[in-house]
Design a protein around this ligand. Structure first.
Ligand SMILES: C[S@@+](CC[C@H](N)C(=O)[O-])C[C@H]1O[C@@H](n2cnc3c(N)ncnc32)[C@H](O)[C@@H]1O
Length: 359
């Protein structure tokens, strides 16, 4: 199987996959290849907080031409994977230089599957085959997820720059926080929810539809059994999360999101200035996503705020803070007094830094 995740956080994703019983075979940019029983498809889709998509690997290997991939996939009996009335699409992504385009691969492999009696549907297919070509290596899989797993169902109101929930969960896992966590720039509260869900082991995607429901081997009873097992694993641990947000409309949205996620008894959203709040915070754990100055505020204001935040950490905070930011400003401001680990991650079109800063 192959799981896609956040580029730069693959090791933590792999650790989570192991906790489900997976055996890791390979870690690549934004992907983890693993093996395990088919029940992992249900468990990871419903329970993972770091994975975007789970693909059932049909074939992978080295190749010299598109024709060779086509030959290899011609030997696959697709009725082992999909029901006979299923419509399908094929989507390849290529990395490297080749003498064919991604759409050429889509149509060549689409023709192979079509020749076994399946109809193509590029707008609303029942099942989707995904392929990746990295240099002279290809991976071809059947998507078991459908809509990406990073879309959680608690997003009942909008914020101009919400953090991707899988990144928030990965930040929480990188910190392994205890007791109380603070997000001084909490916006709509994604970090509060994902941080609490992660610590309490709440499975993020137990109530949604999945692409695996259309697959030939889907067993609803077994899926429901695994769902129960995941829910039984939820702990009622003693964790609390505090968020601070400057703008009332975002505070209102954050409070609605905390209710929708079922964590309103463990999290609060305070209306105020995050830097001022840090001065009196006596906890040891911070996870935050300060304004970038791209979609909200201005670059100048974001720089001034980061300076205030770094000063307040320096003079009032003792503990570990995880900070996601596109610039190296905080690293420069605190390098003389803090222990700093850094990851470069891919977030949409941006390269972003995630710092773990211990003071
Ligand atoms: C990048 S957004 C955080 C988004 C959040 N992680 C989410 O998923 O919704 C930064 C937030 O910090 C807020 N903010 C800006 N200055 C602030 C300050 N001095 N104190 C508290 N919040 C502030 C902004 O209004 C914005 O909502």
């Amino acid at each position: 199987m192959i799981a896609t995740t956040v580029y730069g956080f693959e090791d933590i994703c792999a650790r989570e996959l192991v906790s489900f019983g997976a055996k890791i075979l390979q870690i690549m940019d934004g992907k983890v290849v693993f093996e395990g029983n088919l029940d992992l498809i249900y468990a990871i889709n419903m329970g993972s907080r770091t994975v975007h998509r789970v693909g059932l690997l049909i074939d992978m290997g080295d190749f010299t031409s598109l024709e060779e991939i086509k030959q290899k996939l011609s030997r696959v009996d697709f009725s082992n994977y999909i029901g006979k009335d299923c419509t399908f699409e094929v989507r390849f992504k290529r990395f490297g230089v080749h003498n064919f385009r991604s759409i050429d691969a889509n149509s060549a492999i689409g023709a192979v599957i079509h020749s076994q009696g399946y109809k193509v549907n590029l707008t609303q297919p029942d099942v989707s085959f995904k392929g990746w070509i990295h240099g002279n290596r290809f991976y071809f899989c059947l998507d078991t997820t459908g809509e990406s797993l990073h879309r959680r169902n608690y997003r009942v109101c909008n914020h101009p720059a919400p953090l991707r929930p899988t990144i928030a969960a990965l930040m929480s896992m990188w910190l392994s926080w205890k007791d109380t966590m603070l997000d001084p720039f909490c916006g709509s509260g994604t970090i509060l929810v994902e941080g609490l869900w992660e610590r309490l082991r709440y499975p993020p995607n137990v109530d949604r539809k999945f692409a695996f429901e259309k697959l030939a081997f889907f067993d609803r009873e077994y899926m429901l059994e695994i769902r129960e097992r995941l829910l039984e694993g939820v702990s009622n641990g003693n964790f609390r999360a505090v968020g601070v947000e400057l703008f009332k409309k975002h505070v209102d949205c954050c409070r609605r999101i905390l209710r929708a996620a079922g964590v309103e008894d463990k999290a609060v959203c305070v209306h105020g200035d995050g830097c001022m709040y840090c001065q009196t915070f006596d906890g040891s754990w911070i996870i935050t996503n300060p304004p970038y100055g791209l979609r909200i505020s201005s670059a100048k204001k974001a720089t001034a705020l980061m300076k205030r935040f770094a000063n307040v950490l320096r003079s009032h905070f003792s503990g570990t803070a995880i900070v996601i930011t596109p610039s190296n400003q905080i690293e420069n401001l605190l390098s003389d007094c803090a222990n700093i680990d850094k990851r470069i991650i891919r977030y949409g079109d941006l390269w972003v830094r995630v710092y773990r800063i211990t003071l």
